[in-house]
Ligand binder design. Sequence first.
Ligand SMILES: [Zn+2]
Length: 302
Amino acid sequence: MRKIKEREPSAELKILRLLHPRMQLPDRQYYLHLEKGYAGELQMDAWIEQGLVNDCLVVNDLLLEHKRKVFQIDSLLIFQEMIHVFDSKNFEGDFYVDANTWSSLAGREINNPLYQMERAKSLLRQLLQRRLGINLPIESFLIFINPEFTLYNAQPKLPAVFHSQLKPFMKKLNNIDSKLNRGDEKLAEQLVALHSDEPPNIEKPKYSFEQLKKGVVCGDCGSFMLEKGRSWVCGGCGHKENAQAAIIRSAEAFKLLFPDRKITSNTICEWCAVEGDRKKVVRALTNHFKRVGDGPASYYAD
Ligand SMILES: [Zn+2]
């Protein structure tokens, strides 16, 4: 197995992660839902990386578009003459499926995850045929990674892999007759080239610089850190980070949240809630960014 593309949190999750410690999110549940989904994807990655030894290529986290329809693929595996598509689902608890309706045992209906997967599979097939001239069979599976998930009344033909089936399913993948060639690599590269980093119209909560809580946020646990001499120490997990790294990380967060605002030493001092010596902010910014202009109007850019 060779990984061709790594996974990254979506642009939406990145922004919500940065906002979450600094403001009351209008829809915190939605943010937690995204975090849970991402955690499930990482668990699926670990399962693939630890178990898959067959000759195949793994392309993670593709955002593709065909006929102005955007679709996402969590993991795409290229075997000889065959493609597997995995859709990771980090569902937890007891669910029930009746015909095409999925619901929790308490009766709350959820979106049928098969629809989304079938849509992506169909769009992928069209994209491969029309744009790349490739006709390969595609098999897709819902990967239910959470051990505390049960789906009652599921049909054996459901294209799903439940937690108890992860091991035997991996055996099957490793038993596929597969010897890749240069064409398979080219296909993986073409798919990566078609990937778009920017999902269309993500809905961001409204926020302003003034309103957000200031300070340095821990990169490990999301708590605020306390300035202690030449470093910052996390009030939540105890993680220690040197001043330079903490300031640059915070400045990068600022850049992502406020792409239209200039990075100045004053703004970043305020953003990081630096109380003592401000020189370390200037030093960190000068080392990391290019300084544009002189005097009070100067700012920093990539
Ligand atoms: Zn922490």
